[in-house]
Design a protein around this ligand. Sequence first.
Ligand code: TYD
Length: 208
Amino acid sequence: MRGRFIVLEGIDGSGTTTQLDRAVAFVGSLGHRTVATREPSAGPIGRLLREALHGRLSMEDGSRIDGRAMALLFAADRIDHLQREIEPHLAAGTTVVSDRYLLSSLAYQAEEADRTWVATLARGILAPDLTVLLDLPIEVAARRREAAGRPIERYDADSCLAKVAANYRELAREQPAVVVVNGAATKDEVTASMCRAIASLFASAQEP
Ligand code: TYD
């Protein structure tokens, strides 16, 4: 049987990276083989994207990569990630849990490129079996990023993340298989809600 494909999403500082390990541990405790992964991926295009996100690819005059070019790079990284890592694991029966995937592109790139065009880049791309969206106020996320001493990235301005958060909420209503969890709750409470969603995915998969 193919593995399940689970994705964690949310604005920067929402806690997806913390919850990733916990999701993988939970899937393992249910007796399933599982791996953690993330986007931008560990592959060549993902590494290039991280350089761009940290402002290390800006030109001397301070100009940055155009938003449409970023959208294409995220889409290219996703195809590389799917082909190199996600698909082979799923085919081998391993459940894949990814920190970010398609919803990130739909929520973030819609702010710097035409939304309809961004959606066309997502056409035909493997849909996750479950996406858990960690939703929280942008101020809480900003405090967490600051407390963690995280460097400021391309999309970290509150004005940008407010729009991204609204996009995520809209997408959660439109897209299938998205469960919204209150990301402002304690880490353990978030884990509990996330694990309930994961448990029902596996329970429904076992139904005849
Ligand atoms: P993040 O997940 O916080 O990784 P790190 O911990 O290495 O900083 O950062 C990834 C950033 O990339 C985040 O701001 C969201 C953005 N992003 C997009 O804009 N589109 C995408 O498709 C993906 C996968 C990420």
